[in-house]
Structure formats: structure tokens, C-alpha cells
Design a protein around this ligand. Structure first.
Ligand code: GLP
Length: 242
């Protein structure tokens, strides 16, 4: 069997097109199930997508009032209110502009003393609500999803990771220098991502060409984390720009 066929591939020409296609999938989900549990990602890829969700929410076409959300990952060692935290990103691009309830927003809390307990609690909270209905993902140039770097076991749950040099280098564009980029993060694991019911992955631009081609080659290996998705039964990949 050609494993790549289990994935729905949607090629787009423009970044905005990718954002629209992704937003439409989430809008459909919200229309069908207003109390959906949504999984969110950060990075440059989903910014246009979030703008569209905000627009449709402010127009009254969708509501987040019953939504529960879980974010994939968060840096360790960055204050929650810092411009660099993923919490700030989510507030800036989505949460501050839609009607989601504060109590329904989950991000890994890297400010707490016991980070190992935080990982267990995070996983437990996802389980308690019966899992994530629809998960958004980006992809790192080395194939990471969330912050699951190459070599992460496929059976991993939410855990603490040491970021690879290449990921710190890529992400240093948001910091003053590479020294300022955190060395560690909390991330949902590969198994946590595989437990979600449906997945939408966004990849746009030349820098994602190799990662997407590697995924299309159909080889499943822990050395290329995103390849786990070839074993998931409901994945849509929206990609283009190369
Ligand atoms: C970051 C995040 C990932 C994100 C990826 C791609 O390191 N932890 O969740 O998907 O990199 O980011 P971008 O969309 O900016 O290319």
C-alpha cells in the first residue's frame, strides 16, 4: 500500500490560499461541532489562518464560546508575558480577538516549578475532555512537529525537550541572537499528536520543500518526526510556494 495516499494533499500557489483552505476546514468543524476541542500551533505558517478565523468570528459567522483549545508547545525559560512566548503569540493572533473563554485555553505552563508534573497534567487534561478533534500543525525544516525533534520516540506523550541547534538557529529570527533562544521547551509528544482525531498541516515556501518531499517519499522513521503522520488516518497537508 502506498502510505502517502492516506494523506490528503492540497497544493496551493499562494500563502493566502493556504490560510483560506485551512480556515475553511476549521470553520466547517466549528459549524458541525461548536464545542470542538481544537489543537493550535504557532510559527509563521498559521498567522494568515488565524487572521481569517478572527475575521469570520468578528463577522459573527463562527464562535469560539464553547471551544476548548490546546497548544502544541511552549518554550521553557521565557516569561509567559514576554513577546517571545507562545502564549503571547496566541493572544496576539487569536485569543484576544475572539470569544474563547480564558478557562478553556490550555498551553503547556512552563512557569511552574514541577515541569514533569505539568507534562502529566497536560496530557491528563486532553484525555479528560475526550481528546482533540482537530489539530493544526506546522513543520520544521528538519521535520519536527510541535517541538518533537528527530529521534523522538513515536510513543512519546507531552514531555520536556532539548531543542536542536538547527531549530534554535531557525527560530533565532524571533530573538535578538541565538544565545537568547531557549534551549528547552515543553511539547505534546508524537503519540499525543497521533491521538488527535484529525490533523491539518501547513507548509509554505522554499524552506519547506525538502521536508515535504521527504514526507511524500513515504518512509516512516523516528529520524523524521512528521513521517508518523503517514500512519494517521485523517491528515490534510496544505502546502505550496515551491
Ligand atoms: C516551531 C514550532 C512548531 C512550528 C515550526 C514551524 O519551532 N515549535 O510548532 O510548527 O517551528 O514554524 P514556521 O511555521 O514558522 O515555519
Amino acid at each position: 500500500m502506498d502510505v502517502t495516499k492516506t494523506i490528503k494533499w492540497i497544493k496551493v500557489d499562494l500563502y493566502n490560499e493556504m490560510s483560506t483552505v485551512a480556515a475553511n476546514i476549521f470553520i466547517k468543524q466549528l459549524n458541525e461541532k461548536p464545542d470542538s476541542v481544537l489543537g493550535f500551533a504557532t510559527g509563521a505558517s498559521p498567522i494568515g489562518f488565524y487572521k481569517q478565523l478572527v475575521h469570520h468570528c468578528q463577522n459573527g459567522e463562527i464562535s469560539f464560546s464553547q471551544v476548548v483549545s490546546f497548544n502544541l508547545d511552549e518554550y521553557i525559560g521565557v516569561p509567559a508575558n514576554s513577546q517571545m512566548s507562545y502564549k503571547t503569540y496566541m493572544k496576539e493572533y487569536l485569543f484576544d480577538h475572539v470569544d474563547i473563554k480564558d478557562d478553556n485555553i490550555y498551553l503547556p505552563n512552563s512557569q511552574t516549578e514541577d515541569l514533569v508534573q505539568e507534562c502529566t497534567d497536560y496530557e491528563e487534561n486532553i484525555k479528560k475532555i475526550n481528546g482533540i478533534d482537530l489539530q493544526l500543525l506546522g513543520i520544521g525544516v528538519n521535520g519536527h512537529i510541535g517541538f518533537n525533534e528527530p529521534g523522538t520516540p513515536f510513543d512519546s506523550l507531552t514531555h520536556i525537550v532539548e531543542l536542536s541547534e538547527s531549530t534554535r538557529m531557525v527560530n533565532s529570527r524571533y530573538f535578538n541572537s541565538i544565545e537568547d533562544v531557549p534551549t528547552h521547551a515543553i511539547t505534546m509528544g508524537i503519540q499525543s499528536i497521533m491521538n488527535t482525531k484529525a490533523i491539518v498541516l501547513l507548509a509554505f515556501g522554499e524552506s519547506k520543500r525538502d521536508a515535504i518531499n521527504r514526507l511524500r517519499s513515504g518512509i516512516v522513521t523516528e529520524e523524521f518526526p512528521a513521517s508518523c503522520l503517514l500512519n494517521h488516518e485523517n491528515v490534510t497537508i496544505i502546502y505550496g510556494g515551491f
